[in-house]
Design a protein around this ligand. Structure first.
Ligand SMILES: Cc1ncc(COP(=O)(O)O)c(C=O)c1O
Length: 396
């Protein structure tokens, strides 16, 4: 049978990290590739207790039935309060749409705004699934240059004028892939500039709670006067990615369109997970859990930095993130193509990374790689980076 696939599938290839994860799942590979929280640090006991409590209470009838697309109002009210901690204030349950992971929030925003042939600006490099989502809307992602402390604002303005984009997608805190963050001033100026030109900002902020050094910086949404910022949060990195719970907060018109899009996709997010997250927030379980994981991630980040400095070739430069799950590096001036070398690296070092180019709207960054430090054990970090270091030294 010759299948007649949609035109929108034309530009889509498999997400590189998802493909690598399949390889790694076969076992025996040290993975620096996924964006996974530490497996042994998931709050399993609390999840089991709260889930059992809900299922053994009269609420079981609610959580096992259909719900409204927005998600349970009690959990949305808890999330609205929680978002105050990110500077998203004066909101209530009606300003929140629960989504099936932050990634669905990106998808809903893009579906609500992008038509075929439209442009979306993204930081270069950016979260690769966002590139995939923009492509699935048959729109084009245009990379904006990064600068010290955030986006290059001149380049942003030039590209807004040149492309008339409908949206700008950014991960301003502990970005995926670089681990970098935008300064408070850069955020404020992004909000002003985009408002001036009528561009919607999709501020994707799943890592903000994972800060182990430095001072918290207010979100772009906290400076949003025009109502042009869609704020996305997620509980994947701070509770469990398998639960698939995130939330979007935006001006009523924007949020309503996103809700309508969601109606046609999955009706509503899994009600049991929504109820559990609501209870976790109400009882302060998330805040306590984050306190518990932060010192562990901090230690692993320090260790990976030490190992990279010790084992990687001299031309390798890396970031030194103050939080999040990723560290980003580049082989400066060397003829290294991390994409071509990945299968051989996995085969010989039994360690996997993600090649840099997949995070670029223009397929540059072949000399870069992204490493996750939260999921591998300390022993594996040492062993894996040592292996990758000697592998790359031989390739230079
Ligand atoms: C920047 C960014 N946004 C969204 C997601 C997706 O997260 P979720 O599991 O909440 O869909 C990730 C996951 O890696 C991410 O890094």
């Amino acid at each position: 049978m010759e299948y007649r696939f949609s035109a929108r599938m034309g530009k889509l290839s498999g997400n590189a990290t998802r493909e690598i994860l399949k390889l790694i799942k076969r076992g025996g590979i040290i993975s620096f590739a996924g964006g996974l929280p530490a497996g042994d640090m998931l709050p399993s006991a609390e999840l089991a207790a709260v889930t059992a409590e809900i299922l053994n209470s009269p609420r079981v009838k609610e959580v096992m039935q259909y719900d409204v697309t927005e998600g349970a109002p009690e959990t949305r009210a808890e999330i609205a309060e929680y978002l105050g901690g990110f500077g998203v204030r004066n909101i209530g349950a009606d300003d929140v749409q629960i989504v099936s992971g932050g990634q669905q929030g990106i998808d809903l925003a893009c579906r609500a705004l992008l038509d075929k042939g439209d442009y979306a600006l993204v930081e270069n490099p950016t979260y690769l699934a966002a590139l995939q989502i923009v492509a699935s809307c048959e729109a084009e992602a245009i990379g904006v240059k990064a600068a010290a402390g955030g986006l290059d604002l001149n380049d942003l303005e030039d590209k807004i004028k040149k492309y008339n984009p409908k949206l700008l997608y950014v991960v301003p805190t502990f970005s995926n892939p670089t681990g970098g963050s935008y300064s408070a001033d850069n955020r404020k100026r992004i909000a002003e500039l985009t408002a001036r030109y009528g561009v919607v900002v999709v501020e994707d902020d799943p890592y903000a709670k994972l800060r182990f050094t430095g001072e918290a910086v207010p979100s772009i949404k906290s400076t949003d006067k025009a109502g042009n910022v869609i704020y996305l949060t997620s509980f994947s990195k701070i509770v469990s990615p398998g639960m698939r719970i995130g939330a979007a907060c935006a001006a009523p018109d924007l949020l309503r369109r996103m809700t309508v899009c969601k109606q046609g996709i999955d009706v509503h997010t899994n009600s049991l997970s929504v109820a559990v997250i609501g209870e976790f927030l109400k009882r302060g379980i998330i805040a306590r859990h984050v306190e518990k994981v932060l010192p562990i991630y901090k230690k692993k980040q320090k260790l990976i930095v030490e190992c990279l400095d010790r084992y990687m070739p001299a031309c390798y430069r890396h970031t030194d993130p103050e939080g999040g799950l990723f560290i980003w590096g580049r082989f400066e001036g060397a003829k290294i193509d991390t994409q071509t070398l990945l299968p051989e690296a996995i085969e010989t070092c039994k360690a996997a990374y993600v090649q840099g180019n997949v995070f670029y709207a223009d397929d540059s960054g072949h000399d870069c790689l992204r490493l996750n430090f939260s999921n591998p054990s300390e022993t594996d970090i040492e062993r894996g980076i040592k292996g990758l270091g000697s592998f790359f030294k031989k390739k230079i």
